[in-house]
Design a protein around this ligand. Structure first.
Ligand SMILES: [Fe+2]
Ligand SMILES: [Fe+2]
Length: 276
């Protein structure tokens, strides 16, 4: 006899949506610099996002996570375009978690906040905002984190602030979460070496506190983007993978979305491959 259906989470990342322009030369210099090795085709990128969302829906995901770099620069027009594609997918907003990536904070320090209050407001209740949000979805809980800061396009790092780390510590110690799969979602991976100059440019400041929490709580998992490739990592003291990174939707081949799927099994999140 078949067992109970496991809850399923779909994960995509790094969509890098552009506003629509008819000509590549119409994009700003900043856009051309940060996108230097990719075609500036707003419609193609929107279509890749649509295909990824369609794939997540076909997989009957109970929840969809998009782990940052939703847009190329975080301009109002790019957030509007991202919101249009997401709305058109007709997924229940409470079943979608969005977090910002470094690209979403290049244009302004408050672009994410304005997007959450504007075109993406339907998703604000289940997405990264003030520290401490817990989205309880029954068999699992999601803790979305905004770890991005406004910075020059020459840098691509993130920062887990003390406020965010304090809130995470409080939440993950809550007895109501100790027995269920609990999933932190943020853009940057929680690894790095603070003494390495590249970590200063591209790493997550404050990552040590996050790693410590992952080591302390065996039911805690983390979904991230930023690396533009699939990542499966264990943390110290654990034999199961608990840190998962997704590939970049912007790099998907046309019509061939790569959406990671996970299933919740008691207090554990298991990777079960890619959605069809
Ligand atoms: Fe990215
Ligand atoms: Fe990134």
């Amino acid at each position: 006899m078949a067992g109970p259906l496991r809850q399923r989470i779909a994960h995509l990342s790094d969509v890098h949506v552009l506003e629509g322009r008819s000509n590549q030369s119409e994009y700003s210099l900043s856009t051309r610099v940060v996108s230097f090795h990719r075609r500036l085709d707003g419609e193609a990128r929107a279509l890749k996002m649509k295909h990824a969302l369609d794939s997540a829906k076909r997989a009957r995901a109970d929840h969809i996570v998009i782990s940052g770099d939703l847009t190329e620069l975080g301009t109002s027009k790019q957030f509007e375009r991202f919101a249009e594609v997401l709305h058109d997918a007709a997924v229940a907003p409470e079943s979608v978690t969005l977090v910002p990536g470094n690209h979403d904070a290049y244009d302004s320090y408050d672009g994410w906040k304005r997007a959450m209050a504007g075109p993406l407001r339907a998703y604000a209740g289940s997405s990264a905002g003030e520290p401490g949000l817990v989205l309880d979805r029954g068999g699992f809980a999601i803790l979305p984190i905004d770890a991005c800061r406004h910075q020059s396009i020459a840098r691509s790092g993130g920062e887990l602030t003390n406020d965010a780390a304090d809130a995470l510590e409080r939440r993950t110690s809550d007895p109501s979460l100790r027995k269920k799969a609990t999933i932190v979602v943020l853009h940057h991976p929680p690894f790095g070496n603070a003494k390495n100059p590249w970590h200063f440019i591209d790493g997550l400041r404050g990552h040590a506190r996050l790693l410590h929490l992952l080591e302390k709580h065996p039911n805690l998992h983390l979904l991230h983007g930023h690396r533009h490739r699939m990542v499966d990592r264990i943390v110290l003291g654990s034999k199961k993978n608990r840190v998962f990174g997704a590939s970049a939707t912007v790099d998907d081949a046309p019509g061939r979305p790569r959406v990671r799927l996970y299933e919740v099994c008691n207090d554990t999140l298991e990777s079960v491959g890619l959605a069809a």
